[in-house]
Design a binder for this molecule. Sequence first.
Ligand SMILES: NC(=O)c1ccc[n+]([C@@H]2O[C@H](COP(=O)([O-])OP(=O)(O)OC[C@H]3O[C@@H](n4cnc5c(N)ncnc54)[C@H](O)[C@@H]3O)[C@@H](O)[C@H]2O)c1
Length: 429
Amino acid sequence: MTDQTGFETAFQMDTSAIKVGAGATREVGADMARLGCKRVLVLTDSRLAELEPVAVAMTALRGAGVEAELFAGVRVEPTDASFAEAIGVATEGRFDGFVAVGGGSTIDTAKAANLYSTHPAPLLTYVNPPVGEGVPVPGPLKPLVAIPTTAGTGSETTGVAIFDLEAMHAKTGIAHRALRPALGIVDPDNTRMLPPMVAACSGLDVLSHALESYTALPYHKRPAPPSPALRPAYQGANPVSDVWAAEAIRMLAANLERAVDDPSDAEARGQMLLASAFAGIGFGNAGVHLPHGMSYPVSGMVRSFVPAGYPPERPLVPHGMSVILNAPAVFRWTAQADPARHLEAARLLGAETRGAGPGDAGEILAGELIRIMRRVGMPSGLTAVGFTEADIPALVAGTLPQHRVTKLSPRPADAEDLEALFRRAMRSW
Ligand SMILES: NC(=O)c1ccc[n+]([C@@H]2O[C@H](COP(=O)([O-])OP(=O)(O)OC[C@H]3O[C@@H](n4cnc5c(N)ncnc54)[C@H](O)[C@@H]3O)[C@@H](O)[C@H]2O)c1
């Protein structure tokens, strides 16, 4: 729908069904059987393949009479090549359903395996424009049940799959409602073994999802789509996504540090996993903006950084880290678009905002973010993960095509603005 000015006048909320509870993974066999699946592909990465969440899921599937084949070849921070490998296995196996047990890397790989084995096409066909062709998914997919083991990407609730397009040295993605899992099983037993650095990075991803969707361009300031079928999933901030985002920020403020410090704190771990799903429901419908858009070349251009807690075989800047390193610079700059919202986000995070005026909003929110980043062991800015000012032109070039998210910035950012933002993101404190 459009009003006379050509702006959007409607938004639509969609999410996966979610089941929440300690031990709920043991129900995945019954869930797949109820969804009509007799033969499923279970996807995971090589570390998780050795851990309890995968063992519990396999036992539950087989116990319910569902034939389950395990694919443990998911790459942490997937690429076009690693997606292709999973798609090949899915296509050859002619499965009637999929189960993903892992973090965002696994869940996104399962979405791609489901999509391209059900509706075969060259990889760029469904990828977001202008990088890909952005062809809408032609029909329904097979049932996918997503069991997150990080808290997290919220990928169990969203219709988004992100991968690193190696030729472009930046991440990009596929976004369509049909990619949403049929069910997300949010089971805090599955995050018990999470290394502290993974808990910190994925927790800061939750925080940025919530902050970005809360401060995104409002849906009614976006141009209306030519037809309702072309309304994007990332629609801009709206009154329903605001509820999920604000609650996720509040839950994160109360639980992130506890969950990182002490994996045996079951309450904090459970709240973080729930906050991850809440933030997923928020950003899955509202979208994210510059911290994510700027993170995609940061991940794609990594040279030698190898973080603790992640597979040591190759350099990587974990997704949540690549996002949060840009966030203080971005929110300082976007605050003027809606100071009240930026102040409210800072207040929900625990900052003192009494007596603050509109001109203080960016600094207060950035300051609160930096306090949390330091507290959970993040490096201080892009220089600390190997970037220099000489990389800025390439970082800007990798951000500019990320229209799906950059166009939702509450303050439009051109190449010059991005250059200044990357310069300020080089050092956080
Ligand atoms: N689809 C979406 O909506 C969405 C949103 C945000 C991020 N992402 C994508 O998700 C990916 C990042 O996912 P992530 O942060 O969840 O991490 P991940 O899946 O990349 O996993 C990180 C590491 O933690 C390990 N790990 C995960 N769970 C564990 C557990 N319970 N115990 C021990 N080790 C565990 C993994 O084996 C891996 O080595 C990126 O590719 C990012 O772009 C997708």
